[in-house]
Design a binder for this molecule. Sequence first.
Ligand SMILES: NC(=O)C1=CN([C@@H]2O[C@H](COP(=O)(O)OP(=O)(O)OC[C@H]3O[C@@H](n4cnc5c(N)ncnc54)[C@H](OP(=O)(O)O)[C@@H]3O)[C@@H](O)[C@H]2O)[C@@H](O)CC1
Ligand SMILES: Nc1ncnc2c1ncn2[C@@H]1O[C@H](COP(=O)(O)OP(=O)(O)O)[C@@H](O)[C@H]1O
Ligand SMILES: [K+]
Length: 518
Amino acid sequence: MMKIITSAQMQALDRRTITEAGIPGKTLMERAGHAVSARLEEVFGSVRGKRVTVLCGKGNNGGDGFVVARLLHRKQAMVHVLAMASVAELTPDAASMYRQFTRVAGTSRTRPYSSTEPVHTLIRGSDLIVDALLGTGLSADVSGRYADAIDAINGAGRPVVAVDLPSGLHADTGKVLGHAVRAAVTVTFGLPKLGLYLNQGIDHAGQVTVADIGIPPSFIDEVDSRTTLVTGSFVQRTLPVRRPSSHKGTFGHAGLIAGSVGKTGAAAMAAQAALRVGAGLVTVAIPSSVNDVLEAKLLEAMTAPMPETKARTFSRNAFERLSAFIAGRTAVAIGPGLSTHPETVELVQSLVKQLAKPAVLDADALNALAGRASLLTECKQPPILTPHPGEMARLEPDATAQSVNADRIGTATRFARERGVFLVLKGARTVIARPDGAVAICPTGNPGMATAGTGDVLTGMTVGLLAQGLPPWEAACVATYLHGYAGDLTAAALGPAGMVAGDVIAQIPHALKACHEG
Ligand SMILES: NC(=O)C1=CN([C@@H]2O[C@H](COP(=O)(O)OP(=O)(O)OC[C@H]3O[C@@H](n4cnc5c(N)ncnc54)[C@H](OP(=O)(O)O)[C@@H]3O)[C@@H](O)[C@H]2O)[C@@H](O)CC1
Ligand SMILES: Nc1ncnc2c1ncn2[C@@H]1O[C@H](COP(=O)(O)OP(=O)(O)O)[C@@H](O)[C@H]1O
Ligand SMILES: [K+]
């Protein structure tokens, strides 16, 4: 896990690194520029012969841009710099980097930015654009020449690499301050900034990587932030180990209470996902008349037919048998495809009240708790809830999906604290909150996952990890990360539009393997 911080915290870290650790600002700037040029080549290949336009603002973000320009020039890119300010107006470090650039590339490679046709033609004719206009020093709405430059970058339709932050994006809120660059790739320095994962920041930042520029770890430890980013190395460290002597009992028995007529697919997908993430055994409790349909879909999972209503959903008469079912499992998930039949809702409420196993509550189990979230405080162990913003809004009085999305971290943290649960608020950049108020953001996943059934896959993966003995926080973070990773592999292979939830299940083993190998 990596702390996610505000611009004020980053500025303080930079200052401490320069004054207390004695690392000159220019050294940090040089490392920042190196990180950007290395990432640029990693994503777009060799720059040799490519036309690269670097737009440099008057602050230190622009200074990083001059470093990038010099490094890419050395690699034989055809670099042009468009400067927003004269050398006299630059910060001292940026001015020094400007001079170093002109020393190696000559002065003809730099020209002042202006809103003229030749300048716009240069931008449009670039193979790549580097946005070093504004970083964490952005202090007000962007207007005038900066706004114009941002519009010119966006209007060019060329791939953009943003230095530290897409210019114009509020580093803390992810809101666009008037105008903001839309980047394909962002390389952010030291620690990730909140705004890259919130609101419009998600669309503007593109693929984000965090570059180490040598901020001392002890300074980072002292930063007060309860918001973290789930990282691949956390997942690698946390994944259950499969010892040579292990057997299927070692990896737990996951139970699913899922399905109703018309919705056996949700139960089947959750079961498959639990198996694919490594659960030793999986059994699905299902209304009796749809049991055969489910059995036909599942080879490795077992099923347990249960008493049903006339509408072919779980009936209240299933209570005793489901209580015994839960008692016999290592962990359970309740919710996928249950329906909102009043009798099923009543049953779910009774089950939740006496829940004493590691558990995931999703979909119709959450709908059963709409307006009754106080029941959660009766659970004997804090469950994991996995709402999408619509389900979240039903759990909170007066909330709407829009109000939830407008403050995803705040909503998730408040609910997790008040109800004493682990909360996975799904959607682009899923937020995971803990009863003690700590929160994590998941960087994996893509819009191809906005397709029926991917939520059931996440539920299955989460219960599968709980069954393998991961504590709820670890299970929620690892499941979310792996789920998004499997989705990213699927999108890379199939494209986002045509992929379906079953394709994501098929990629879980590949995601697991990649994370195990680190
Ligand atoms: N040593 C370090 O600290 C390191 C910092 N690093 C890098 O520095 C970046 C932070 O640099 P920074 O603090 O100089 O701020 P930066 O983002 O370049 O912008 C400030 C300039 O923009 C201006 N400006 C502000 N708002 C504006 C607006 N709306 N519209 C127009 N102009 C506006 C503002 O002008 P002012 O309003 O003050 O007149 C000021 O001149 C950081 O993101 C990272 O990339 C790395 O090299 C690692 C080491
Ligand atoms: N734009 C996106 N970026 C990343 N992940 C997404 C995006 N859209 C949806 N997802 C993920 O896909 C899953 C959808 O779950 P959910 O809404 O419950 O769907 P369903 O009920 O159809 O299974 C969630 O894990 C969510 O985080
Ligand atoms: K920038």
